[in-house]
Write a protein that binds this ligand. Structure first.
Ligand code: FMN
Length: 142
C-alpha cells in the first residue's frame, strides 16, 4: 500500500507522531509517497497514494471549544474520491469532540474515512503504534 501524510504541527508533537506512523507502516512493507503540510499539500504524493493520513493538533480552551487546527483547510483538501483516508490528532489533556470534527472534515474530501485516533502528547510512541495497527486492520478488512 502507498500512503501520503499531511500534517499540521506547531510544536513538533504531530510531526513526531507522523514520523513514527510512517516508520511503522514502512516496516510493514508500505511505501510513503510524501509528507507535507495540510496547508501546502504535495498534490503528487496524494495522487500516488492509496491511503491519505492527516494529522493535526487540538486547539481550544482545554475544556471547551476544541477543534483540529486547520479544520477548514482539511475540509478543503482536493477531492479524494476513490481513496481512503484516516486522521490522527494530538492533544494534551482533553480533546473534546475534535476527533469527530476531524472525521467530518476528512469525509468532506470525498474519500472513504477508515479511521481516526487521538494521540496523547505524553504517549506519542505508544498511541502512534496503535494507530498503525488499527490502520493495518482497517485496510485488511476493506
Ligand atoms: C493555543 C493552544 C491551544 C490548545 N488547546 C488544547 C485543548 O483545548 N485541549 C488539549 O487537549 N490540548 C490543547 N493544546 C495542546 C496541543 O493540542 C498539544 O500540545 C499538541 O500535541 C500540539 O501539537 P504540535 O506539537 O504538533 O503542535 C493546545 C495547544 C495550544 C498551543
Amino acid at each position: 500500500m502507498k500512503a501520503a501524510l499531511l500534517v499540521e504541527s506547531l510544536t513538533g508533537n504531530t510531526t513526531r507522531a507522523a514520523e513514527r506512523i510512517a516508520d511503522g507502516l514502512t516496516q510493514e512493507g508500505w511505501s510513503i509517497t510524501g509528507l507535507s503540510r495540510v496547508r501546502r499539500p504535495d498534490l503528487a504524493s496524494i495522487q500516488q497514494a492509496d491511503v491519505v493520513l492527516v494529522g493535526s493538533w487540538t486547539h481550544g480552551l482545554f475544556v471547551v471549544g476544541q477543534a483540529p487546527w486547520a479544520a477548514a483547510e482539511i475540509a478543503n483538501l482536493p477531492t479524494m474520491r476513490g481513496k481512503r483516508i484516516a486522521g490522527f490528532l494530538t492533544y494534551a489533556l482533553d480533546a473534546g469532540k475534535s476527533l469527530d470534527r476531524l472525521s467530518n472534515a476528512l469525509g468532506s474530501t470525498g474519500a472513504e474515512v477508515i479511521g481516526g485516533l487521538l494521540i496523547k502528547r505524553s504517549r506519542i510512541e505508544e498511541h502512534s503504534d496503535v494507530f498503525v495497527e488499527r490502520l493495518l486492520g482497517a485496510v485488511e478488512t476493506v
